[in-house]
Ligand binder design. Structure first.
Ligand SMILES: Cc1ncc(COP(=O)(O)O)c(C=O)c1O
Length: 335
């Protein structure tokens, strides 16, 4: 399906709401049924019906359809934060006694989930340098059931070869998931490369206006149903309909925003690289990036994040640098 068809039309059944161009916000907790039979039928398949907004709501459903189509997935669920999405996808694929392989230096709270939370339930983990799939192979154990990827990873942008990781994991019966926030499905389509679950914090590019915290998990119908019937419903992890409407609005401009972010980031990365006070720039689209060839092979662009090392003589110079920034804000998140 054409990208603009997904962003502007998919899931929006305008004939049911007076041909409104912007999808309505169904701000309701409950949906009533005309007969007991209809009620029974709906309860037998809560994901496929509108019963109660903790499960399914028409506004969030529009967003779910768009995100699934963007990722080339059968289904998607949306969550009130990226961390809710990551936690639900991870918990759904683990039981006591399991072992998790996770790429080195993931997003900080993903690390906390593995190091602080899961050990309480008897789940162990190993962080692995994901630049070589052989490292995952060596660290795998008979009880490894989940492989968590983040490519590019947080802060240093190291990549994993997604096709090779998916092949290795499948051969061992290990479920794979990736935090695909950095690239968005416009620049990287992990499910087409064999990854089981593609996860996002929609707080960043998907919404794109710094006014919503949200998350998403995209994958097969079977995986999504498993997450829905367990973690999603028990933890109460639904994105509120009003926030879903804001994300749908944000998606309208996703293509334009990403194109511009990518162009600007590449210009800035090149200028920084040429600057005498900059030691090194980390941006996968730079020819100097150690995994540049892999970036070109599995990504079609690079969005707007980059890191760089300053040449400093004294630590105070770093503070002075930050205080002189005019356009770049000091903040914890890029969304
Ligand atoms: C790569 C990555 N994954 C996940 C998250 C968590 O997302 P949220 O803040 O929406 O829970 C973040 C937040 O900064 C992130 O940068």
């Amino acid at each position: 399906m054409h990208l603009s068809e997904i962003l502007f039309h998919l899931g929006e059944e305008r004939e049911y709401y007076f041909n409104a161009v912007a999808p309505p916000i169904w701000q309701t907790s409950n949906f009533a049924f005309p007969t007991l039979d209809a009620f029974r039928q709906a309860i037998a398949d809560e994901l496929g019906h509108h019963i109660y907004t903790r499960g399914n709501n028409p506004t969030t459903e529009i967003l779910r359809k768009k995100l699934a189509a963007l990722e080339g997935a059968e289904e998607a669920l949306v969550f009130p934060s990226g961390m809710a999405a990551i936690s639900a996808a991870v918990l759904a694929n683990l039981k006591a006694g399991d072992h998790v392989l996770c790429v080195d230096k993931p997003y900080s709270w993903t690390k906390t989930l593995l190091t602080r939370w899961l050990p309480r339930f008897g789940v162990s983990h190993t962080f692995v340098d994901g630049r070589d799939v052989e490292n995952f192979r060596r660290a795998a154990r008979p009880n490894t059931s989940l492989l968590i990827l983040e490519s590019p990873n947080s802060l240093t942008f190291e990549l994993q070869d997604l096709r090779a990781c998916a092949e290795f994991a499948r051969s061992r019966g290990i479920v794979t998931c990736i935090d695909n926030t950095n690239c968005t499905p416009l620049f990287q389509r992990p499910i087409e490369l064999g990854i089981d679950l593609s996860i996002h914090t929609g707080t960043k590019y998907l919404n794109g206006h710094s006014d919503v915290v949200c998350g998403a998990v995209c994958g097969s119908r079977e995986q999504i149903r498993k997450i829905f019937e367990n973690e999603f419903m028990t933890l109460g992890a639904q994105l509120p309909p009003h926030d879903a409407a804001l994300v749908i609005r944000g998606l309208r401009t996703l293509e334009l925003r990403l194109k511009r972010s990518f162009e600007s980031a590449l210009t800035i990365a090149r200028r920084l690289e040429a600057h005498p006070r900059v030691e090194r720039v980390l941006f996968p689209w730079l020819e100097s990036f150690p995994q540049h060839e892999l970036a070109r092979r599995q990504m079609s662009g690079c969005a707007g994040l980059l890191s760089f090392y300053l040449k400093l003589e004294r630590p105070e110079e770093a503070e002075a640098f930050f205080h002189r920034l005019e356009r770049f804000l000091l903040a914890v998140s890029w969304g």
